[in-house]
Design a protein around this ligand. Structure first.
Ligand SMILES: [Fe+2]
Length: 291
């Protein structure tokens, strides 16, 4: 049997997170695919070390960059697009999948990595922005403002549009098998924590009242693209909150390792935390209650 697992935001700059990557079984996942939906590390050496470790444990590892991966502060890259191409080259040399591929068995599935970025509200209507009382419109506590540097977008309105355009020419999919897509950033407002699910909202204490995550959450362009492709399941990261939600025929899943302190808050023990099984070649997509 072949299986597909999802994880994101492994942030191996934290030793506890790199230890978690190291501790995954070297035997259990040999026929399996791991989708890593961004945010491994801003440091290229740690980035490569984590992927090398995962590559030894899984048959396939697929990856798209998150915002932390494209930070240029403290690296040799002159801007975040140069860093993007550097990471793509590292992946290509290592055999990490950044383009569509088929997981083939008696039942098969296609995996389509999609590059993405967020649209800020001032950049256009494709932003996932939702107003929040008392928010800081300058996002002064958002580290990307200092650590991300974009070159000219050469005719594109903003990075989110440029990345979506990059994806357009790399689909290599057939109608014969279902499709799993994945991005780092969120494709829909309904997936933003504390907004979509009233039962979660009641328990949620906002640690940063002036910070409005929806300004940098993702882009409507992502959802438009994954639906054009015909995706049945979309995996995303970025938010450091786990979710499973079905909206208009597409299942959305987030499974984030996140920061050690966040697992601690959530009462999750490292040795009990695993990538999430989303598909296997005996049963197809794994059905689970929404959360
Ligand atoms: Fe992250």
């Amino acid at each position: 049997m072949k299986r597909v697992f999802a994880i994101s935001d492994i942030h191996v700059d934290y030793k506890q997170n790199m230890d978690w990557v190291d501790s995954l079984s070297g035997l259990d996942f040999r026929n399996d695919t791991l989708v890593v939906a961004g945010d491994i590390s801003n440091k290229p050496l740690l980035f490569s070390k984590a992927l090398e470790c995962l590559q030894k444990k899984f048959e396939n590892v697929a990856f798209v960059p998150g915002n932390h991966d494209l930070w240029v502060r403290g690296t040799d890259s002159s801007d975040s697009m140069e860093k993007f191409y550097l990471l793509n080259n590292i992946c290509e040399v290592m055999g990490i999948k950044t383009k569509s591929f088929l997981v083939k068995d008696r039942r098969s599935v296609q995996i389509q990595p999609l590059f993405s970025w967020y649209t800020k509200p001032e950049q256009g209507e494709d932003s996932l922005y939702l107003a929040k009382p008392g928010e800081d419109p300058n996002l002064s506590m958002w580290a990307d403002n200092k650590a991300i540097k974009w070159p000219s977008m050469n005719g594109f309105r903003h990075p989110a549009e440029k990345f979506i355009n990059m994806n357009e020419w790399q689909h290599d999919l057939t109608d014969e098998f279902p499709v799993i897509t994945f991005t780092h950033f969120l494709p829909r407002q309904e997936l933003i924590f504390g907004l979509a699910n009233p039962s979660v909202k009641k328990k949620f204490t906002d640690p940063f009242p002036a910070f409005n995550f929806s300004r940098v959450a993702g882009s409507v362009l992502i959802d438009r693209q994954l639906r054009n492709i015909g995706s049945s399941l979309h995996i995303f990261g970025h938010q450091h909150r786990n979710r499973q939600r079905e909206i208009d025929g597409v299942t959305y899943i987030a499974q984030c390792l996140a920061y050690p302190k966040e697992r601690h808050w959530a009462g999750i023990k490292d040795d009990e935390y695993f990538p999430k099984l989303v598909w296997d070649s005996e049963n197809g997509f794994v059905k689970e209650p929404e959360y």
